[in-house]
Design a binder for this molecule. Structure first.
Ligand code: PLP
Length: 447
């Protein structure tokens, strides 16, 4: 069995008689009840990640979960119950957050290209904060706020300049559709500060994704504090909030290792200790908005081996689900090099590796390959194939409509109890179909 897969199975889930368990329940029992393919999320793993992150962050930090990593309502409800806010990037995510019971004032709205209809919706419902990504957007938010007779809480999202001390890794300084370039921040800041419809709250850092080196994170936060200090000076008072973004990674591939939380904790403790008594940061709240780090490891994808064939000497296992459900595992979600996720035959974890195979989904395209050249135990039709690290950017980042197979169900496991939290065939909700918003905002949702 793949070493990474075994390590994850042992660390987070458990193995009994060669079979993977989730929350103590054998996966064969789960698929007997819910069928395949399916996504399964374990509450315990999510909590462990959240607790570990809280321990690594200085005490003055709060956490907003980034909904786009996994918008499942059970995930959102649980994260809300753990005293986190939510970060959203569309009206649909706003509605998912509200439906999960999140008060509007605990929601942050980031992302480029927010439409008038989206801004009108969130402003009319009293959103916590909007992250301004351009001058046009600042003006648009101001205009809508005036029309609605509200004052908008805004932060400016900053795309940092290039020279930030990231060791060998160059951070920021690249052209990006996200945020306002640090080089023109002063102009945008002056515009926001002078606008009576906008309540300036602070800055939000544009950072990378999937960062596994704690020193890179610490350097980014240091750079962010420097920007915040300059903005506070220009404004003549401390910022209400500094948001360091998401981007904390989890290891997927053999050459990657876990983010070292002990060294992150030490680096941040040293960086933030002097901040406590620094007048430039009196009353400032610090924030992170991770997605992947919290939910990525909590999820698995299960599919069944539906056919096995040999073509010109090469063996293929053909599953009942593929890239339509899990685009990232097929290597087609922006990866430059296609590598195999940690994966295994979930009902044969103790069997010796015997066969060198490719594992593919049921779609009529060579893109639909989930594993290239893996050594697995001898597979039979009906065996269960598991892909680990599938809780973030998996189901919701996949082309569920491609080839018109039903969308896979999602199952939430909490201490030995399993619950179907999205049935097979159901795609994400959209704000257009949301009755509670449709009436109130019929005028603002055009087209
Ligand atoms: C996607 C996103 C995040 C979360 O990123 P992760 O890499 O999953 O931590 C946070 N903030 C914003 C604005 C995002 O777009």
């Amino acid at each position: 069995m793949d070493q990474r897969a075994r390590a994850l199975a042992e660390k987070h889930f458990g193995i009994s008689r060669g079979e993977l368990l989730v929350g103590g329940i054998p996966v064969t029992a789960l698929v007997g009840k819910y069928g395949t393919p399916a996504f399964i999320y374990d509450r315990k793993v999510l909590d462990e990640k959240l607790d570990a992150l809280r321990r690594a962050l200085p005490p003055q930090f709060s956490i907003c979960y980034s909904v786009k990593a996994n918008p499942n309502p059970a995930v959102l409800r649980h994260i809300l119950s753990r005293d986190c806010g939510l970060e959203i990037a569309s009206a649909g995510e706003f509605c998912q957050a509200i439906r999960a019971g999140c008060p509007a004032e605990r929601i942050l709205f980031a992302g480029p290209g927010k439409t008038e209809a989206e801004l009108e919706l969130v402003l009319s419902q009293g959103i916590g904060e909007i992250h301004v990504e351009s001058i046009t957007e600042a003006k648009r938010i101001s205009e809508i706020s005036r029309r609605l007779g509200v004052r908008a809480n805004v932060a400016i999202r900053v795309n940092p300049a290039g020279e930030a001390e990231g060791g060998a890794m160059r951070m920021g300084g690249r052209p990006a559709p996200f945020g306002v370039d640090e080089e023109i921040l002063d102009g945008v800041l002056d515009l926001v500060l002078a606008d009576p419809s906008l309540e300036f709250r602070g800055i939000h850092l544009f950072t990378g994704s999937q960062i596994l080196d704690s020193s890179v994170l610490v350097s980014q936060y240091r750079h962010g504090l420097g920007i915040a200090r300059r903005v506070a000076q220009r404004r003549g008072q401390p910022l209400r909030a500094v948001d360091f973004g998401g981007g904390l990674g989890i290891p997927y591939f053999a050459h990657e290792s876990e983010l070292d939380l002990a060294s992150l904790r030490a680096g941040l403790a040293e960086l933030f200790a002097p901040i406590e008594t620094d007048p430039a940061f009196t009353g400032t709240k610090f924030l992170v908005e991770p997605g992947r780090f919290l939910v990525g490891e909590a999820g698995i994808y299960l599919a069944r081996v539906n056919d096995i064939k040999v073509s010109r000497g090469k063996k293929f296992l053909i599953l009942d689900g593929g890239m339509n459900h899990h685009l990232a595992a097929s290597g087609n979600l922006g990866q430059t090099i296609k590598r195999n996720y940690p994966m295994a035959l979930a009902n044969k974890l103790d069997a010796p590796p015997e066969e060198f195979v490719d594992v593919v989904g049921p779609l009529c395209t060579p893109l639909d390959t989930l594993a290239r050249g893996v050594t697995l135990p001898r597979a039979e039709i009906g065996d269960l194939f598991v892909i680990f690290q599938s809780g973030a950017y998996a189901r919701s980042a996949s082309p569920l409509g491609f080839l018109s197979h039903p969308a896979p169900p999602e199952i939430w496991i909490d201490a030995g109890h399993d619950e179907l939290v999205r049935p097979r065939g159901q795609q994400e909700i959209s704000h257009r179909g949301n009755p509670e918003f449709h009436t109130a905002n019929a005028a603002s949702i055009k087209g």
